[in-house]
Design a protein. Sequence first.
Length: 207
Amino acid sequence: MPVLDEMSQLLQQGKAKEVAEKVEAALAENLSPKQILDEGLLAGMAIIGGKFKNNEVYVPEVLIAARAMNAGMKILEPQLASAGVDPIGTIVVGTVKGDLHDIGKNLVCMMFKGGGFKVIDAGIDVPAEKFLELVKEHDADILGCSALLTTTMPAIKEVVDAVKASGAEVKIIIGGAPVTQAYCDEIGADGYAPDAASAVDVGKSLL
């Protein structure tokens, strides 16, 4: 569909206003909200995610594309809800206690939205009990924890331990500059992602 191809292109260029207009145009053409989501918005975001993984685009381009996607989603979300289109899963994402970095977390939130998830942004400096509270409140499938400092990495273990102790049925993905697969294995988290684009693949594999 030309309108969906154009939407995907404009999203990749980060043109928020034009993306929103294309969503309205597609709805006016009686395309289903799910088709607009899958073949327009998510298709564009998937291309950006792939380019980001291959270092063909960088964080600023991804953030601009994600902003354009959000502009389209504002119009589409009520339509998706009334059409009964469910997200593929729910994820709670936050930066752990003691850590105030948010660019990586924001990127992960955007990528998961772009992957068709419902995203609950827990914010920064989030203690383990707050993560748990949000997981229970939103019946989350996945919990994403990020730490950008070596000194805040132990806080990820606290979250993993708290979740296990609570018996909550949620998969935990961890990431951030100092975090490694070895650390993930050591503390018993379910998945590790080296970057925001990979995080969505890990998330989908854990559903």
